[in-house]
Design a protein around this ligand. Structure first.
Ligand code: GLC
Length: 439
């Protein structure tokens, strides 16, 4: 069994750390300007103009069943979809606002269809819920707000009561965790209590757990869905630590106790969470696979994001990125599901990453740069019963002891190494995986 012990979590994270791989979905009115989900505040878009997106939002090609099919094929075992992003627009039929998808030409509860379709495909279902709300009349204007630079911002802000907004959030969380069946993940985003406006805008303050009344919000969520997994972005630690848009190089630890924690890296296919038509920094197929493998090799989960178009489908770039995962996971998912960081005794060869089954019986060597003929596993002599390529279960023969070659000098390799003998030609697999059956 894995020797790694993680800090206890209030929610049920057992299925989560087994499943490892999920789909993030960022979808809202911001798919219409198609220039990033923060577009309203980045371009200080006036309310009148942003209202055009509300009046014309009509995802006529939305087919949640197709989304779920693609997620499942990609090997994703859970999904987290935006119910409300910072723009404040609700993708579900809330009774506490008119700023919702059922009041647009969409005319339907988009979250309902997402929940039904993904659950039908056997995926766990999660909700992203933005703590930030640039539309709500009681959300105080602050350094991130689209109205922050308006000449009358101070006047606009008068009378805004953040406690009324916190109550609004509780009412919506109650709707989301009551009306849609079992919800497995609640992904809040995000706190910025340290931010303060500059100069004459010093009255604009960032927001954190006290503004959200986060203790009450979390207690409500847990009272409605006891096993639910909650992230840490209310500023109150819960189940998940959520490094974003960077590749951690070690298993994430608790900042005070140093304990290993349950963590999930969230990443994007391109440079944007929401659909961004003209953004071109789409990651290569190799990078997509390496991000997943690197993350699991360090005991983490990967939540990979798709930003659907305003017509309601995944664009060709997202579909081809998902296909990269589907092609690889079809044959190699055994090195991801139910796996974690390899035990400390095992050393990854150069250009390789290791994962190990939680039961300790199998070690997986992910080959990022295919070597010439051999792969030496240091210190592994006597530890391996059998070796094969995972994708086709073809045997890989190995010898134990240092690699000997004519006319070579004394090998500095120890006799306790194990040398895998690989075919000269790399298999037709972007990242070949060696499956080692341990003694
Ligand atoms: C950042 C982005 C936000 C996105 C989130 C996903 O907070 O600002 O738009 O939803 O990351 O983790």
């Amino acid at each position: 069994m894995s020797s790694y012990v993680t800090r206890k979590t209030p929610g049920d994270t057992a299925w989560f750390t087994h499943d490892r791989f999920g789909m993030f979905i960022h979808w809202g009115l911001y798919a219409m300007p198609a220039r990033h989900e923060w577009i309203k505040t980045r371009e200080l878009i006036p309310e009148e103009h942003y209202q055009l997106y509300f009046e014309n939002f009509n995802p006529d090609l939305y087919d949640a069943k197709e989304w779920a099919r693609q997620a499942k094929a990609a090997g994703m075992k859970y999904a987290v979809m935006t119910t409300k992003h910072h723009e404040g627009f609700c993708m579900f039929d809330s009774q506490y606002t008119d700023y919702k998808c059922t009041n647009t030409p969409a005319g339907r509860d988009l979250i309902r269809e997402y929940v039904d379709a993904f659950r039908a495909e056997g995926l766990h279902v999660g909700f992203y819920y933005s703590l930030i709300d640039w539309h709500h009349p009681d959300f105080p204007i602050d350094p991130l707000h689209p109205r922050r630079n308006d000449p009358d911002a101070f006047e606009q802000n008068k009378g805004r009561d953040v406690h009324k907004y916190a109550e609004y959030m509780r009412n919506q969380i109650r709707e989301l965790l009551t009306n849609y069946g079992k919800i497995d993940i609640l992904w809040f985003d995000f706190s910025y209590s340290g931010r303060v406006g500059e100069g004459d805008k010093s009255w604009q303050k960032g927001k954190g757990k006290d503004d959200w009344e986060a203790e009450e919000l979390i207690a409500l969520a847990r009272s409605l869905q006891p096993g639910i997994i909650i992230d840490n972005r209310t500023e109150i630690e819960q189940d998940l630590w959520t490094p974003e848009q960077f590749q951690p190089t070690e298993w994430q630890r608790h900042p005070e106790t140093g304990e290993l924690v349950v963590w999930e890296a969230c990443q994007t296919f391109s440079g944007s969470w929401g659909y961004y038509r003209d953004e071109t920094t789409w990651k290569s197929p190799e990078m997509l696979l390496r991000m997943l493998i690197n993350t699991v090799s360090l005991g983490g989960n990967l939540l990979m994001n798709v930003g659907p178009t305003a017509r309601g489908y995944f664009d060709y770039r997202a579909e081809s990125a998902l296909a990269v995962y589907a092609d690889w996971m079809k044959y190699n998912s055994r090195s991801i599901y139910g796996c974690t960081m390899a035990e400390p005794e095992f050393e990854a060869p150069a250009d390789c990453r290791l994962t190990q089954s939680v039961d300790g019986k199998r070690l997986y060597v992910h080959i990022f740069a295919y070597p010439f003929q051999t792969l030496t596993l240091k210190g592994m002599a006597g530890k391996v019963k059998y070796a094969q390529f995972l994708h086709d279960a073809s045997e890989l023969r190995f010898t134990e002891g240092a690699l000997r070659r004519d006319y070579a000098g004394k090998s500095e390799l120890e006799d306790k190494d194990l040398v895998l003998h690989l075919p000269a030609v790399k298999p037709n697999c972007l990242v070949p995986v060696v499956e080692l059956f341990l003694k």
